[in-house]
Design a protein around this ligand. Structure first.
Ligand SMILES: Cc1cc2nc3c(=O)[nH]c(=O)nc-3n(C[C@H](O)[C@H](O)[C@H](O)COP(=O)(O)OP(=O)(O)OC[C@H]3O[C@@H](n4cnc5c(N)ncnc54)[C@H](O)[C@@H]3O)c2cc1C
Length: 351
């Protein structure tokens, strides 16, 4: 089989890159082994326009939000699914300091609002220090997008379900060969898999592990995402909620831990007034990096090998934007944003 692009991985990065190649009528094959605990399959899908204790705007959010809204809506229409939903984050203040920080930032930040009455959620949640609203926020329905896009790729013969074995990859200056496939370029969208890829493992990744519980709870409105130390977000269908997460940098494996389960269950017991049932517990490794900027572009030495990775905890908002940049770079020779282009690591990658 001969294609222009081999894409390794169909998480949110591989999904968007293949989507934009398809729009550009480029030939490609995606290879993905469908790891059930890949980052995109465990994520909540939240897009929060603000971040951190100081509640500052997320990097590039003013530019990203309209783009994200349009592209996910377009993808959803093509797949016949709801790919993105607007939500409000109900940010219950865990400490007086957080309430103070929110009030202070509210003056200059249109994403932040303090409601007239802070009593609307007393029936379902315990809280003492009130709440603010963060709006607009979004949920990207990864649990619908990934299988629907996969199905479309499988039907059109553009996805091979297999483990990609690096030892069988042969890169020459003008061709990529892998088993029976030949391609002009290979792009790695393999998330945590890049750790074992000698072409890109020198990039300053800072992988970290995160866990979630899936719970069933009645009476909580799915119109909002709720936050109080942990996050409770609507998931898949009525009464199901995603609960998480944590950030563990020092981990032995990517399995769910008893510590997270116990701690989160205790937090839920104190927070929720409604009965709930824990249905599942999952963990994954976030492909994060030291600089908190994605890794996008082509290798400075192996010029036909590229990467779209390093999305950290912001894959849902960054992946479509930078997948389009990478596709435009490859097809139309456009520039990649220097802060994201891996050529900023030219020296490290050329050693
Ligand atoms: C608990 C948790 C919560 C999160 N919540 C959010 C959130 O609310 N919002 C947000 O924006 N982000 C969130 N994230 C981060 C988000 O999940 C990532 O930024 C994003 O999913 C990364 O996508 P990716 O496509 O780069 O990698 P991945 O999702 O890991 O995809 C990589 C793909 O490559 C495949 N693959 C890897 N190696 C091979 C191989 N050798 N052969 C074949 N296939 C291979 C895997 O099967 C997988 O399908 C969360 C992450 C975690 C862990």
């Amino acid at each position: 089989m001969q294609v222009e692009y081999l894409i390794i991985g169909q998480g949110i990065c591989g999904t968007w890159l293949s989507y934009f190649f398809q729009k550009e009528k480029q030939s490609f094959l995606v290879i993905d082994d469908k790891q059930e605990n890949s980052s995109s399959r465990v994520a909540a899908g939240i897009i929060n326009p603000v971040t951190g204790r100081r509640i500052v705007k997320t990097w590039m959010i003013d530019e990203l939000l309209p783009f994200i809204n349009n592209t996910y809506t377009e993808l959803g229409n093509e797949l016949g699914i709801t790919a993105i939903s607007p939500k409000t984050i109900i940010d219950f203040f865990p400490t007086p300091q957080m309430r103070f920080a929110f009030l202070e930032r509210q003056a200059d930040e249109p994403f932040l609002q303090i409601p007239k009455s802070e009593n609307d959620f007393r029936n379902n949640f315990n809280y003492d220090l009130g709440y603010g609203k963060i709006t607009p926020s979004f949920i990207v329905h990864l649990e619908k997008i990934l299988p629907a896009w996969r199905e479309q790729l499988l039907t059109s013969g553009k996805l091979s379900e297999e483990l990609f074995d690096l030892s069988q990859l042969k890169i020459t200056s003008d061709k990529i060969r892998y088993k029976d496939y030949a391609a002009e370029n290979i792009i790695f969208c393999d998330g945590a898999g890049s750790l074992s890829n000698p072409l890109f493992s020198r990039l300053p990744f800072a992988f970290n592990k995160g866990e979630m519980l899936l719970i069933e709870a009645e009476g909580i409105s799915p119109e909002n995402i709720y936050k109080k130390g942990i996050v409770l977000a609507p998931y898949l269908s009525k009464n199901l909620f995603w609960v998480g997460s944590n950030y563990t940098w020092d981990y032995k494996d990517d399995f769910p831990t008893k510590e997270f389960h116990e701690k989160t269950e205790l937090q839920l017991k104190q927070w929720l007034k409604v009965p709930y049932k824990i249905l599942d517990h999952r963990a994954s490794v976030r492909p994060a990096n030291v600089e908190r900027r994605p890794f996008v572009g082509m290798h400075p030495v192996y010029k036909n090998a590229g990467i779209l990775n390093g999305m950290g905890s912001k894959g849902c908002s960054l992946a479509p934007f930078f997948a389009k940049q990478l596709a435009d770079h490859l097809v139309h020779d456009k520039n990649i944003l220097p802060e994201a282009d891996i050529l900023r690591f030219r020296k490290i990658l050329s050693q």
